[in-house]
Design a protein around this ligand. Sequence first.
Ligand code: LLP
Length: 431
Amino acid sequence: MLHKNLSINEKGHLEFAGVDTTVVAKEYGTPAYLIDENMVLENFKTYQNAMKTHMGEGSKPLFASKALSYTGIYRLISEVGGCIDIVSPGELYTAVNAGFDMSNAFFHGSNKTNADIAYGLKEGVGYFIVDNVFELEEISKQAKDLGITQKILLRVTPGIDPHTHAKINTGKVDSKFGAPIETGMAEKLFCKVMETPNVSLEGFHSHIGSQIFEIEPFSDAARIMLEFVAMLHDKYGFDTNYLNLGGGFGVQYTKDDPQIDYAERIEKLSAEIKEHCRDFGIKQPNILMEPGRSIVAAAGLTIYEIGATKEIEGFKNYASVDGGMTDNPRYALYQSPYTCVLANKMNEKCDFVCTIAGRCCESGDLIQENVAIPEPSRGDILAVLCTGAYNYSMASNYNRIPRPPIIAIRDGKARIAVRRETYADLCSLDE
Ligand code: LLP
């Protein structure tokens, strides 16, 4: 099947991470997100080992927790001594709640408020990834009041267009993130840092986009960044400790996507980085990467129950599920492809072509179109594969629909990691 944590058992049911998904559906209800914790750990360790082996002792991945943020995920990353990328005070709070060592946290965000900065400093965030001069000045001011020096990286844009969906493409010169190298803004920001007290510049960050399968955009971005690093060394005598290349490796949502061997990609990228460093005559900085999707996407799956089925003669068929764009807005937003299967009919012929519709009052509330599944009956369990990234973290309560629980599976045992929202939860903030 699509990923190695998927199989079909003797009952013809879909197994995920060693558990029968129809049994989980009975026990915990639907819709529900399932997270394979063993696979999360394995994927993260793959990055850790490959980066250390090929890019040097100080090189490491930071888990981009915007892909999946709940208390348990920070505990998992903690287990393997990993670092995290956080982008908001909410993610920061969740990591603190997990008991995460915040010196291993890198705090992103293109518009950190004064309160965000105060919170990050109070919790001892290891590194702030500074996006602009306004937050630089505020970090410096607050760090001075606390009598500390805060470590920072500067976010710069290398001007790369990796040809993924425009909304998830962030490294172009006119991006809202960071300071572009091309226009001289990045160098100006660097010069400003050099005269700013109570901050210590450790390096630079770039992120070019997401769901990228080729190695060239990463190599090109690394080259532009290293040229910048070399220029700062020659012109200002500045030594860069860290070069953060962001996240972005793609994952296999359907059979049409290639399957990537991440360790091999890292090895190849590392060879390119070494070559660029040779060309520019500089010592290679420690490399950081920020994988999100490639750590958790395939480690997740969503189960739904089929309700109404409609055959609109001469047009199309619908199979409706008890969730939709509130738990997975990615088709509505980006027309993202997904693989859908009927978990209780895995050995039956897939001859019913239909659109999987959600339950929201909105015609764009679809999970996927033109899906071939066995003829569905009310009560069947539909599984959507590869939903571990940017599903729970982008879920909403539109139409007052409660968010599904996260059922974590570790060593073949399922347990609740995030409980299902109740109707009372929905009203808990209302006066
Ligand atoms: N680092 C930075 C600075 C980022 O902006 C992102 C993603 C990552 C790392 C992680 O990238 P990944 O390895 O997951 O590709 N909601 C969209 C994805 C937005 C990604 C934003 N930044 C989606 O559902 O596809």
